[in-house]
Design a protein around this ligand. Structure first.
Ligand SMILES: NC(=O)c1ccc[n+]([C@@H]2O[C@H](COP(=O)([O-])OP(=O)(O)OC[C@H]3O[C@@H](n4cnc5c(N)ncnc54)[C@H](OP(=O)(O)O)[C@@H]3O)[C@@H](O)[C@H]2O)c1
Length: 248
């Protein structure tokens, strides 16, 4: 596979696995991160070791001017983005909905919804044949939370992922004749550091008991699904959301 893949939140977890496997598949890789520069640098180094070009770029995906500058920087260094993986995401301390603050909701919506929308919009502006682009693929990272609702944990987070699902379906249809496929992956419970943000680093072990496969997923398993959707192997798939959740 060839092309330039931009992975938001590529420094850790599912994003880092996606960068690594994308490099092994032959993509040049742009690793976006928010604060963890050393983790992003390590991911880019691993990509280069696979024989492709790689760069890191710090950017808060919720900030419009930063997102535009990020696409410019990737284009200047690696060439036009051919695959966007909208992976950056946050969740907050587990709690009941009636305990949550407006500031918390806005923080989750800012990154998970506005951030994903901004990056997808920028990708479409540059990839769409309507705007003179060469086409491409967008893969959004949603969550099984979108259909489970995450009661007693983070209903707000779950709702942001439902918004990502709806954007995937609508945008996918909107640009279907413009050379762009837009799809999403809904991971179930996956072994990453995100669960510590909710106050339960070992959440995977608890939740896995309710997963039909009786285990959590590995970041590579989600990354492979993302890269399949991005690839020509999925050439007739768009506006589609794929569960990668062990049957949950
Ligand atoms: N793990 C799961 O069980 C699970 C399940 C379903 C869905 N997901 C979704 O999968 C995606 C990745 O999750 P993960 O578990 O791999 O998370 P993670 O290990 O916590 O990593 C989060 C990544 O997002 C980046 N990030 C956070 N806020 C950002 C911002 N404002 N701008 C740019 N980057 C930002 C982080 O950068 P820094 O390293 O710089 O902090 C990091 O690279 C998320 O969208 C998450 O909602 C995860």
């Amino acid at each position: 596979m060839s092309g330039v893949i931009l992975v938001t939140g590529g420094s850790r977890g599912i994003g880092a696995a996606t960068c690594r496997l994308a490099a092994e598949a032959g993509y040049d890789v742009a690793v976006n991160y928010a604060t963890n520069e050393s983790a992003a640098t390590a991911v880019a180094d691993r990509c280069r070791a696979a024989g492709v070009r790689a760069m890191t770029h710090r950017c808060d995906v919720a900030v419009e001017s930063d997102v535009i500058a990020m696409f410019d920087a990737v284009e200047a260094n690696l060439g036009p983005v051919t695959v966007l993986v909208n992976n950056a995401g946050v969740l907050h301390q587990q709690m009941r909905f009636d305990e949550m603050t407006v500031d918390r909701w806005r923080a989750a919506i800012d990154v998970n919804v506005v951030g994903a929308f901004l990056c997808a919009r920028e990708a479409v502006r540059r990839m769409s044949t309507r705007h003179g682009g060469a086409g491409g693929a967008v893969v959004n990272v949603s969550s099984a939370a979108a259909y489970i609702g995450s009661p007693d944990e983070y209903v707000d987070y779950a709702a942001t992922k439902a918004a990502v699902d709806t954007m995937t379906i609508g945008l996918g249809k909107e640009v279907a004749t413009e050379g762009i496929r837009v799809n999403a992956v809904r991971p179930g419970v996956v072994h990453t550091e995100i669960h510590a943000s909710g106050g339960e680093p070992d959440r995977v072990a608890r939740v896995a008991q309710g997963v039909p496969m009786r285990r959590g997923g590995q970041p590579d398993e989600v990354a492979r699904t993302i890269l399949w959707l991005a690839s020509d192997a999925a050439s007739y798939i768009t506006a589609t959301v794929v569960n990668c959740s062990g049957g949950r």
